[in-house]
Design a binder for this molecule. Structure first.
Ligand code: ADP
Ligand code: MG
Length: 365
């Protein structure tokens, strides 16, 4: 039996396939090199104590009476995971949890899922729980949906679990499977728009609702079951129709993007990224002027294959696929131009597809 365990779970970047996860669609994502570290230690009590070095907060609660904390909302992510594990029937005991992270919060890189997955991995190891990797991803999603109260899809958690060094991950949310895809030499440049996203603002849930409406109007169980041509031909509310066109377009772009990567064709893949952004801007309306500006500058910068908003949208970051040798110079020139146009200093981060969640250390009694 282990007494102490340290786990790590990465953030993720969605390369192509926006808002498709909850429509049973396709996403191409990658884990990034930054993430959340969780140190979990049995404390011979019934107490769950949680401290985060990131926000220097502390929360505690009795295991048998776990409930959502209104005063320490950040603690609901790990607490939700613990509660879901208990509801699944796993016997747990009192645990002290220390969180550390080098992932920016609320920047669209999915620190929430990284925190959930790192917690789940630590508990699985500490209590030797029998739960498979997709089971962990789903349980973490349920924690965020039911305990935290954010209706996120499975993308963030699955990417954090299934990431691989040097590989993008193709996630199919109809079959609920993950498959590594080689990403030929190219670096991933993340540029924060400097306007934090606010998924709690209701837009995310509203888009989900519109996708459900679109599927119902088209007579399909999920938008994955239909095509851009069928949506274009249908008579339906124009706003709902545009939302549906984004989803079907994204699914099609992911399929075409995988094909392009198989042929080492980063130019075509990059074009699909630009198309994806235009669809976010015009059809799904989850972009912002700041994100549009970053993508426009990227499109005029040499060495950039493609660029688009990544994650939920309504703020957050863009992802660009760039020539590895020119990456530093590209990053500098885009951020400079962005500052000249908007007065906002964008923080840039260069990353490569990285490993998924792991156990870093374990210690027996
Ligand atoms: P994102 O997942 O894109 O980073 P979210 O709003 O979904 O943005 O999740 C961010 C929230 O997750 C933070 O506001 C905080 O409540 C919680 N969180 C993530 N990482 C940490 C951490 N290291 N320490 C404490 N809370 C964290
Ligand atoms: Mg999140």
């Amino acid at each position: 039996m282990f007494n102490e365990v340290t786990s790590f779970a990465p953030g993720r970047v969605e390369l192509l396939g926006n808002h498709t996860d909850y429509n049973q669609g396709l996403v191409l994502s990658a884990a990034i090199h930054l993430g959340v570290t969780v140190h979990a230690r049995r404390n011979n009590s019934t107490r769950i104590t949680i401290s985060s070095a990131t926000n220097r907060r502390h929360a505690e609660i009795d295991l048998p009476s776990i409930e959502r904390l209104h005063t320490e909302p950040w603690a609901n992510y790990p607490l939700g995971v613990i509660q879901m594990l208990r509801q699944t029937g796993f016997p747990l005991s009192g645990t002290a949890i220390d969180i550390d992270s080098n992932l920016p919060l609320g920047a669209g890189l999915s620190s929430s899922a990284a925190l959930e997955v790192a917690t789940a991995f630590a508990f699985r190891e500490l209590y030797q729980l029998s739960i498979d990797p997709m089971g962990i991803a789903k349980l973490c999603q349920r924690a965020e949906n039911e305990f935290v109260g954010v209706q996120c899809g499975l993308l963030d958690q699955a990417s954090s679990v299934f990431g691989q060094d040097g590989k993008a991950i193709l996630l199919d949310f109809r079959t609920v499977t993950a498959e590594p895809v080689a990403l030929p030499a190219g670096a991933i440049l993340l540029l924060a728009s400097g306007v934090p996203h606010a998924l709690a603002g209701g837009e995310y849930n509203e888009r989900r609702e519109q996708c459900t409406q679109a599927a119902a109007a088209l007579g399909v169980t999920a938008l994955r079951e239909t095509t851009t041509a069928a949506v274009q031909a249908a008579k339906m509310d124009p706003l709902v129709q545009r939302r549906a066109l984004h989803i079907t377009g994204e699914n099609e772009r992911v399929s075409r993007g995988i094909e392009a990567l198989r042929h080492d064709d980063l130019t075509t893949f990059g074009e699909l990224m630009f198309e994806s952004h235009r669809s976010s801007r015009d059809n799904f309306e989850n972009s912002t002027p700041a994100l549009d500006c970053l993508v426009e500058i990227a499109s005029q910068t040499s060495g950039v294959y493609g660029s688009r908003l990544t994650g939920g949208g309504f703020g957050g970051s863009t992802v660009s696929l760039v020539n590895r040798d020119q990456a530093a110079q590209i990053s500098e020139s885009i951020t400079k131009e962005y500052f000249q146009r908007t007065g906002i200093r964008s923080s840039a981060m260069l990353t490569f597809p990285s490993k998924g969640a792991v156990i870093l250390a374990r210690r027996r009694e």
